[in-house]
Design a protein around this ligand. Structure first.
Ligand code: CO8
Length: 374
């Protein structure tokens, strides 16, 4: 058995940024148009008017201040309210592959590796732009990697589940070095016309290089253990899929074809699930939560992270013990905990313990326990 280690990470951040103020202005303009267009049924009491969104609510409820997106103009146009992305020919790289490539090159550079050193690519994300061929195989081809590649989807937990799959293959010796990429183009599936969720997501891509610890060329994180858990829930759901046109009103503009959630229930059910998951993981390793120097948590909601951190450490976590990036990126699904890790891990000392933990739709929870080596 070999010991796996994370030797490099990379983040692709789209150039375009939408602040809460810009988002709310566009949403409110859309709501006003809808209310004007439906003035008669609203006046007759047959229809509820759309309510305005507010920057203050968004910051208080989530901690999110802005988000990066692949296309801003469509999202902010009250006539459109979704990203506008050009149609690509089948002979050019897809948008997810392009995003992932940037993050992958940064991760390889940090690890001091070139594509020929890698023999496995996993594209782990909450949405794939097409069913097949796998996005991972396209990325493998664009990078010139030999070996094999596959896609996997566990919503917000895709990255940690992907790391577990890669780490297990490295342990057993079936691969020597792996690249796990998480291109998340959440803007494509977010319902920007719904004020309950229009502020939640952003776009980004992350990448992680995992290899045998003895092959590490620089500072790295030993993967001590991983733990994954799932429990079915309808509280976060997206009904879009390949059977859509086969349904009676299949191609209609239906709300359930975009991201849907019962946010309050998710909050209440997922916080204890994640806190117990981390506690169980630490106990299985003969450790207490307080042994963790840092936690890189899924980036959905600041209050949620504060509560989980407090339960795990048994006290109020200091900001540097549990860094948040959601104020800058919003929820980027599986990429969130990897951005937090990538941007806030260099300062850890030899032997320090840290834990990456993601959670979300499914429900799903994944944790990766790490030890720093310089
Ligand atoms: N502006 C002003 N007021 C608002 C707004 C708004 N934008 N939105 C809602 N309100 C109002 C509501 O109508 C409500 O009014 P009232 O009290 O009169 O009914 C009031 O504000 C409070 O609303 P909520 O109860 O909904 O507010 P919460 O405090 O619960 O906050 C959150 C809402 C932020 C959604 C919160 O519940 C939360 O973060 N929950 C956890 C969510 C979570 O972690 N989800 C994980 C899902 S992500 C995932 O798994 C990946 C899926 C794949 C990604 C696909 C990409 C799209």
């Amino acid at each position: 058995m070999y010991t796996p280690a994370i030797t490099g990470t990379g983040v692709f951040t789209p150039d375009e940024v939408i602040t809460n103020a810009e988002l709310v202005e566009a949403f409110n303009a859309y709501a006003d148009r809808m209310n004007a267009a439906n003035a008669a049924p609203i006046a007759a009491g047959e229809m509820e008017p759309m309510q305005h969104s507010s920057d203050a609510f968004i910051v208080k409820a989530s901690g999110i201040e802005r988000r990066h997106v692949m296309n801003k103009s469509g999202i902010l146009d009250p006539e459109v309210m979704h990203p506008l992305l050009r149609q690509r020919s089948d002979d050019e790289p897809g948008i997810m592959a392009e995003m992932a490539l940037d993050a992958a090159n940064k991760a390889l550079e940090q690890a001091g590796r070139s594509p020929e050193d890698i023999d496995l690519v996993i594209c782990a994300a909450s949405n794939m732009e097409r069913a097949y061929p796998a996005i991972a195989i396209e990325i493998q081809s664009l990078l010139g990697i030999k070996g094999f590649a596959f896609d996997m989807n566990v919503a917000c937990s895709s990255a940690t589940f992907g790391i577990q799959a890669a780490a297990d293959m490295i342990r057993s010796g079936s691969v020597r070095a792996a690249l796990v990429v998480n291109p998340e183009i959440c803007s494509g599936h977010l319902e920007w016309r719904d004020r309950d969720c229009h502020f939640i997501f952003g776009d980004v891509a992350t990448a992680t290089v995992i290899e045998r610890i003895e092959d590490a060329k620089g500072p790295h994180f030993e993967i001590l253990s991983t733990r994954c858990a799932t429990q079915f829930s309808n509280n976060i759901r997206n009904n879009n899929g390949f059977l859509r046109r086969s349904r009676p009103d299949g191609m209609k503009d239906r709300r359930d074809m975009q991201f849907m959630q019962n946010g309050r229930k998710v909050f209440k059910e997922v916080v204890p699930m994640v806190s117990h998951h981390i506690a169980d993981h630490m106990t299985a390793e003969g450790l207490e939560g307080a042994a963790l120097k840092r936690m890189w948590l899924h980036q959905a909601n600041k209050t949620m992270n504060d509560l989980i951190g407090k339960k795990v450490l048994g006290r109020e976590p200091a900001p540097e013990e549990q860094p948040n990036i959601l104020q800058e990126y919003a929820n980027t699904s599986s990429a969130g905990s990897i951005i937090a890790f990538s941007q806030n891990s260099d300062d850890l000392a030899e032997g320090d313990l840290g834990l990456i933990c993601s959670f979300g739709a499914g429900y799903s929870v994944g944790s990766v326990l790490l030890r720093r080596h310089l």
